[in-house]
Design a protein around this ligand. Sequence first.
Ligand code: CAA
Length: 380
Amino acid sequence: MFELPDDIQEIQKLARDFARSEVLPGAQERDHSHSYPAAQVASLAEMGFMGMCVPEAFGGAGMSTLAYVVALEEICYADASVGVTMSVNNSLVCWPILAYGNQVQKEKYLPDLASGRKLGCYALTEPNAGSDAGAQRTKATPVEGGYQLDGSKIWITNAPKAQVCVAYANLAVEERHKGVTAFILEADWAGYGIGKPEDKLGITSSSTSELHFDKLFVPVANRLAEERKGFGIAMATLDGGRIGIAAQALGIAQRAFDLAVAYAKQREAFGKPIAANQAIQWMVADMATRIESARLLTWRAAVAKDKGDKARASHYCSMAKLSASETANFCADKALQVHGGYGYSKEYEVERLFRDARITTLYEGTSEIQRIVISRSYLA
Ligand code: CAA
C-alpha cells in the first residue's frame, strides 16, 4: 500500500488543517513557558482524536490504527507536546482497556477517555524498572475486596492532568514479570499521589511527573484482566504505543525538513542561496529519503496491527519506532546545521525540534530495546 485510502486522506487533511492553524502558532510560546496545551487538547477531543480507535459504541471515533498514525503525525508536525498527550491517551490507556477490560470497565472508563472528558496516563516505569520493565517493585498486596498498592512510578506522561491511570504492580516481586498485574486507577482515590513534575529537555509543554501509591486500595473490579497477566498487557500495549511514537517522530522530522528546505532556499552566502551547495543538497536528500522510509514502515506497522497480525505487528512496531525516532534526531540535527548559528537560538523553531526529537529514541523503549525486540523475532 503506497497511497492512503481516500477516507484516511480526509482524516489527514482534517488533522493537518487543524494542526497548522490551531496548534502550530502557539507552539514556541508554550514550549518556552512550559504551558500545558489545554485548549488544543480540548479541540482534539471535540474532533474525536482522543479515542480514535475506540469503537463508537464506547464513545470513540471507531477509526483504524492507520488513520490514527496519519493524524498523529500531523499534530506532531505542529507540536510534539500536544501529540504525546494525544498518543498516551489513545495508545497506552484507551487501547489496553478496550483490549483487556471487561464490559463494565469499558462502559465505565472508555466514553469519558475517548471524549476527552477525562485524560489517561500509563504507569509502568519505576526508578529501577526502565528498560528492564519486568523489574517492577510497586507491590500489589491482596486485601479484602481488592488489593493494596505501594510504590512509585516515574516519568509518567500526562500524570499531573490525568484522572484515570492504567498502572502495573507486582504480586510477587521476587518472580519479576511473572507477578505483574494491571489495574485501572482513579486519581482521586486516597493514597494516589502526584509527585514532582519532571523538568525536561524537550516536549516541555506536555505534562510529566512521578506517581506515588501509598496504601492505595484498588477494588477487585478495577483489576485489568487476570492476576499475573500484567506484563504481557504492558508489552502488547507498548507495541501499539511505539507506532504512535513513530508517528510523533515523523511529524518532528517532516517539520524539520520543511524548515530546512525553506531556509536553504532563502538564505544567501557567498552570493547565492545556500541550497545551491552540494553539501546542503545531500543533507536534503538524506533527510527526505529517511523520512519516506520511516513513514512506509510506520504505515506498515499500523496496517499489521489493524489486521490483527500480532507476531508481525510487534516487530514492525519496533522497526517503525527505531527508524522514525532515529530519523527525527537526524533531521532535527541537519535542519539545525542548515540554519547555522540561527538554529541554535530559541527564536528559531528548529531549536525546539532538536530538543523535542531527543525523547523519541528514549521513551516507550529506547532504540537499543527496539533492536532487542526486532532481533529476537528473527533469532528466537
Ligand atoms: N506482547 C505480549 N506479550 C509479550 C510481548 C508482546 N509484545 N513481549 C513479551 N511478552 C511476554 C513474553 O511472551 C513473556 O511471557 P511469558 O512469561 O508468559 O513467557 C513475557 O512477556 C516476558 O518476555 P521477555 O522474556 O521478552 O521479557 P524481558 O524481561 O526480556 O523484556 C523487553 C523484554 C522487550 C526488554 C521489555 O522489558 C521492554 O520492552 N522494555 C522496555 C520498556 C519500555 O518500553 N518502557 C516504556 C515505558 S512507557 C513510556 O515511556 C510512556 C511514555 O512516557 C509516553
